[in-house]
Design a protein around this ligand. Sequence first.
Ligand code: ZN
Length: 449
Amino acid sequence: MVGPLRFTTLYPGLLATTTRHVIEPLLGARYLTKVDEIDRFWALSGGEREAWRANALDRILAYVRDQVPAYSGLLPQGDGLDLAALPLVDKQEIFGHEHDYFSAERESIPAIPKHTGGSTGDPWNYPLDRDAWAVAYAVQIHHLREVGVQYGDRRVTLGFPTSLGLDHNTWQKRLRLRAERTDVSLCGLEIDSTTSRRRALEACSRKAVLWYGYASTIAAMAAATLDGGRELVGPSVIITMAEPLWPAWKVDIERAFGSRVIEEYGCNDGGIMAHRCRAGNLHLADNQSIVEILDPDGRPCPEGTDGDIVITNLHARHLPFIRYRNGDVGAFGPCPCPCGRPGRTLARVSGRTADFIKLPDGTELSPVTFFAAFTELSSVRRYQIVQRESDHLQVRLEVRPNWSADDERLIRSWIGDRARHQLTVELVTDEPFEVTRGGKHRVIVRELA
Ligand SMILES: [Zn+2]
């Protein structure tokens, strides 16, 4: 056993050297080099970090003022440019006027073709600035290192449409994934119990240090494992992404695999990345972007108050993202966080603005409104709230054996109260759950005529 163990220990160092000298130049993206820059950023004092951010913001604003038609004439010459002077944009706005939002020198700025929005039924192909991608990836590598996972430690990816499998990738990405020892062979979105149990056994057999994947996929693997009366030896760290990690899912995953479970929030359009700490807050990558949370009138929300997440990417120049509303609703958390890590935090991300329940009086309720009812009950594994009629909600539940009539009454009255008694509430435990086109679990399904 000495041979493989030594190889495993030595591999990250070997990979780091190879990456810097061979893979980064081939890919044209210096992601591992940027991890060192992130180290230096977080080593700064709080005041120095703010100065760094103000400077980076000034540079990107001056850039869009000079190079991007949509912003020409909106900012004065000189420094100290005011972000708030610029309009909010979203995917539809950029999509509808693409050439106004691209840099005039885009041809000379490398970009990666990206596809997003399959989950919202609103797909969008856009070029992701390669430098901005490298920063986002560096943020991930940096965070993994903080939780004890070295770049090059064996990892398994779970969830994701199978089109992300190796065969469909460019040779550059295949090279990177192979060098990283990233195993994509278990990708796929089926979460029935037979598939999930088999996937859990196979994933454990790979002896990876890290699993990285969709929260619903890994939660289904955990549920299938526990239902089979087993606990398996999983990786040391599991990172869930793409969907909120429900408390009940986290408990299941920890029990089934004995791993540390960490939730990641991020998206490439805009350029935002955050990881949840032990104190329960999502730590933002302050070196990556400026994040605002705004109310419907465009005013900044205080800590703890939900609003639109608005992102200004400090690195993207091919297609800059300036005051970009990514469609998620969230609230700032404490700064500094009680966990001791510096920087800004989000207390929560409540999901897409499109996923709100609408009351007959016009009030819209975010998914967060309903969290507490379910998180306090250990008998509910998963839920989905469906609104197909203006005065009726169907609540679909996946329950555990300890589900009782008391629980049912509790949920009924809780949701009734939150919906201000304007909606009838029906509970069902035998309806299949609907997922998005991208295979993500939907907490709220609103399909009003
Ligand atoms: Zn924290």
